[in-house]
Structure formats: C-alpha cells, structure tokens
Write a protein that binds this ligand. Structure first.
Ligand code: AMP
Ligand code: MN
Ligand code: MN
Length: 341
C-alpha cells in the first residue's frame, strides 16, 4: 500500500480519465458497501459521468431505500455481460478481495477493465486494482469516499450525505464500536449539517425485522454458552431454526453483537449453520483480542475486532477449529483492568 495522499491522487486521476463507470461491492452487501456505492454513483453523475451499480447479491430490505433514485442491480449473467461491455472502468467498494465480489469476479477476468478499489479491510491490503485506496484505519469505506469527495471539492448533496451516513452508521454500530473516532464523528456532523434526518435514517435501516427473527434471536441467545470464565461467548444456530422461523443467513445481522453487553466478555463467536454443512462464523472482539487472523487463516477475513469466515462441514467441526484458537488468544491476555465501581 502506498501513502494515502498518493493513492488519493491516483484515484482522482482515475476518475478524471474515464467516463462510464460500473460500481460494485462484496456479496451479501451491507450498509457500508451499498451506501458507498450510492454516494460514489451520485458523485460521478454530478460530474457528468455515467455510473451504474451491479452487485452479486440482492439488496437487503433494510437498504432498499438507498435505491430510490438509482438502480441497484443484482446478478444476472446476461445483464452482467452488458454492464461490463458498456463500462470503461470499475470501482470496487468495501472489499479488496476479488473473491468477495462473487460472480462478478469471473466476468471481470474476461473484461480487462481498469479497476479502482476503495476499502478499509486490512486483509488483502495490496488490493487487486490499478488504483487501490485501502485504509484500515478508516471506520468505514464511506469515510474514505467522504474524504475523496471533499478533496475533489464536489458538492455534498443530501443524497450523497444520506448514503455516507448509512455507511458510517452501520459499520460503527451507530458510533459504538472501536472504529468510531473523531474523524467519523466530524464526518457525521458535516453530513448532518447538509440537512439529513438521523432518526429517520436509523428507523429506515432498523425496522425490517420479522417477529420470527426476534424469536430466533431469543432462542439462540437463551442457549448461549460461556467459556474461559465468561470471557468467551459462543452462540450457534442450526438449519432447522432458520427454516422454522423462515429466515436466511443475513437475518443473523446484529445477533453476534448482543452478548458484547455481558460484563467481562472479550470475544463473541457465532456459528450459524444456514444450510446443512455451510457454517457462517462471525467473531467479535470487545477490544483486546484481534480476531481477524483466525478467520484469515481459514480463508475468511475482516477487521481486528469484527471478522468472519464461511466454513464447509459440520458445525461441531467449525467450533472445534475456531474455539481453541480463541481460547488461546484470550488466555494470553494480561488480566483485564479492574472496572471502576
Ligand atoms: P460479519 O460477521 O459477517 O458481520 O463480518 C464481520 C467482518 O468480517 C466484516 O467486515 C466482513 O467484511 C468480514 N467478513 C465476514 N465474512 C468474511 C469472509 N468470508 N471473508 C472475508 N471477510 C469476511
Ligand atoms: Mn462491508
Ligand atoms: Mn465496511
């Protein structure tokens, strides 16, 4: 990775050189990936350029409102061919791992288009673009996009501000997690000054759960296990539970974060077996343990304090691979600082 200043200049040159852009993000997109795409698309259109969004996966209900004034297309083989044939350049947001853009990865291999990557993941920090703006210290990809737009001196429209607010709000867990810093708050303040309504945006993102999803959370949470003297919380969900409540993999969003509230917890691990033999592992650290390496070694990735990996095989095997690693990291810690009463 080169110095951020240099990478930013290369990115601005990349934007200036091309006219028709295709934007994409990682599979099962989240608020950061989608918000960043929408912000970049509106920015580019404001510059008089063409910008389209095509992702491997569909947009979750929580983020459909981001597509009000802009088509957020998802995978269709014929559509993908057309979109790649029409584009001059590709911007990949919120992942620097080509495998994470799903089926678009193979199409990209066949269409030798110049690529710019904008991301904040530490794994794959070299990127696969001609230009790579990869800043692991950024709270969200949206924060990097914000910096790029401000540097360019382009107008911060309400549409762009809302999309960037969704990006930073979701990736920081509403300004709760360790990636929340003064820059994230300054950016949020500037976005609010454009006139957006934070309460409405929060409600739009967080009012799509079904009753079944809440019952499922209840079931999974009531069966939580405590290991390592309560420092490691383990949650698991079986295929039968997903089916009975009519849920899909993305419905676990937010579940792994809940046990962070238990006093003394260092790490939470969730093993969701969405289909038999397909186990999505989600790890969260409350700040002292770095959990991304465990996932990276198994073929996944993420950030120091939030990481994941998809594992094949029985849930018990996934637990047997991951939990001893987490126990080792936790037992290697210095004793926790005493909490003030
Ligand atoms: P999750 O537990 O799915 O919310 O993911 C937490 C973090 O880990 C996110 O920043 C993801 O980008 C990353 N992540 C999750 N699953 C994978 C994976 N299979 N490969 C690489 N990164 C992942
Ligand atoms: Mn993401
Ligand atoms: Mn992100």
């Amino acid at each position: 990775m080169s110095a951020p200043g240099h990478a930013h200049r290369s990115f601005h040159d990349f934007i200036a050189r091309h006219h028709r852009f295709l934007l994409t993000t990682h599979i099962n997109p989240d608020g950061d990936g989608l918000g960043s795409e929408v912000a970049v698309a509106h920015w580019l259109r404001g510059l008089g350029k063409e910008a389209r969004v095509l992702n491997d996966s569909i947009v979750p209900a929580a983020f459909l409102f981001l597509g009000r004034s802009l088509a957020l297309e998802s995978w269709d083989a014929a559509l993908a061919e057309r979109r790649f044939a029409d584009a001059e350049a590709v911007v990949v947001l919120d992942t620097s791992n080509q495998q994470r853009i799903g089926r678009l990865g193979a199409v990209l291999d066949r269409h030798p288009l110049p690529i710019a990557v904008v991301d904040h993941h530490a794994s794959h920090a070299q990127g696969f673009g001609l230009v790579n703006v990869i800043e692991p210290e950024a709270s969200s990809t949206g924060e990097i996009v914000y910096d790029l737009i401000r540097e360019a001196g382009s107008p911060m429209t309400l549409e762009i501000a809302e999309a960037l607010y969704v990006a930073v709000m979701t990736d920081t867990g509403s300004f709760r997690y360790s990636n929340t810093d003064s820059h994230a708050h300054r950016m949020a303040a500037d976005l609010l000054a454009q006139g957006l309504d934070p309460e409405r945006i929060h409600a739009q993102v967080h009012s799509h759960a079904s009753a079944g999803r809440l019952r499922f959370f209840g079931e999974v949470l009531s069966a939580l296990e405590l290991l390592e003297d309560g420092r490691l919380v383990v949650l698991e969900a079986a295929p039968e539970q997903f089916q009975r409540h009519g849920l899909v993999g993305s419905d676990t969003e937010g579940l792994v974060d809940m046990p962070r509230t238990i006093a003394g917890v260092e790490v939470v691990a969730l093993f969701s077996e969405v289909e038999t033999g397909k186990v999505k592992v989600s790890l969260r650290s409350t700040g002292r343990v770095e959990v991304d390496e465990v996932c990276t070694r198994l073929g996944g990735g993420g950030h120091k304090h939030a990481a994941g990996v998809l594992m094949r095989g029985p849930r018990a095997d996934a637990k047997a691979r991951v939990l001893p690693e987490l126990s080792r990291l936790i037992t290697a810690l210095e004793p926790a600082p005493a909490r003030k009463a």
